[in-house]
Design a binder for this molecule. Structure first.
Ligand code: FER
Length: 276
């Protein structure tokens, strides 16, 4: 059994969480390709970035049965310090996890966009990935996301353009970005998730300066981390602050380190809460 710490306070998320009073390890095979089920599709999109001054790439997953006649919510799914727009695809195969969940009727239809969160001209994960300019580019991505990528996605794909239909989540540096950008822009996002969030995560009181507003606005705040992860103090610190300030959230301590085993498990659970 994995360790489970699931905190619910207030009525605000009870509706969302009532179907899953307990999070467990995903069932075996959740991340394995199944034959004979409908599959979503992965494409690459290129968008002009005024923020960076280049054309930038992102991957986009459209779900099984995708139709331009429908309108979809969007999950922006962010990578870590050593990755780029392909990290989730190569390391986590989210398309397999999501296809399997769709086959079981467990997911709301959604588009998933996997951007490159290192907003600088050379946005490859080469050289010293911890250099100051590269780390700063993860902060600059807030502007690229809000002013360049989201408007591009919303003008080129059939999506619903409001906060309740936008989610942001990511792993490690992408977890920090998701908490910083999501909680910092409640007008843009109602669903926020940090998986094994990194030291780029702002301090809890900066992330949630007004607990009443966050409580009222957010549909889901998800924080997860492996119990063997050296960065767990960041997730725990935010969880403690949220508890003290009675901000409902899901806090899941999985068994594991700083790797895709934990991130795949988190995606499996997090995705099932979204847009319901
Ligand atoms: C750090 C340790 C880890 C840090 C970033 C990370 C910016 C990111 C790890 C990851 O994305 O996997 O001190 O500082």
């Amino acid at each position: 059994m994995n360790k489970l710490i699931l905190f619910l306070s207030g009525l605000w998320m009870v509706g969302t969480l009532s179907a899953q009073s307990e999070l467990t390890q995903p069932p075996s095979g959740f991340d394995e390709i199944r034959s004979g089920i409908p599959q979503g599709k992965i494409d690459t999109l290129s968008y002009p970035s005024e923020t960076v001054g280049t054309t930038r790439k992102a991957l986009i997953y459209t779900p099984p049965g995708y139709s331009a006649d429908q309108k979809y919510p969007v999950l922006y799914l962010l990578h870590g310090i050593g990755g780029d727009e392909k990290e989730w695809l190569n390391g986590g195969h989210p398309e397999v996890i999501l296809d399997n969940l769709y086959a079981e009727g467990k997911l709301a239809p959604m588009i998933v966009v996997m951007p490159n969160g290192r907003a600088m001209k050379d946005d490859r994960a080469t050289g010293n990935i911890f250099s100051r300019d590269k780390v700063e580019a993860f902060a600059t991505f807030e502007k690229d996301l809000l002013h360049d990528l989201i408007p591009f996605v919303e003008s080129h794909f059939p999506v619903v353009k409001d906060r309740e239909n936008r989610a942001i989540a990511g792993l490690s540096m992408g977890g920090g970005q998701s908490l910083n950008f999501g909680l910092g822009n409640l007008d843009a996002f109602a669903w926020v998730g940090g998986f094994s969030s990194a030291p780029n995560t702002k301090k809890p009181a900066e992330l949630v300066p007004d607990p009443a507003i966050t409580r009222q606005q957010l549909k889901l705040l998800w924080i997860s981390c492996g119990d063997q992860d050296g960065l767990i103090h960041i997730s725990k610190g935010l969880h403690d602050y949220l508890d003290q300030n009675k901000v409902p959230h899901v806090y899941w301590i999985d068994q594991g380190q700083h790797d895709f085993k934990v991130w795949k498990n988190s995606l499996y659970h997090f995705a099932q809460f979204l847009f319901k």
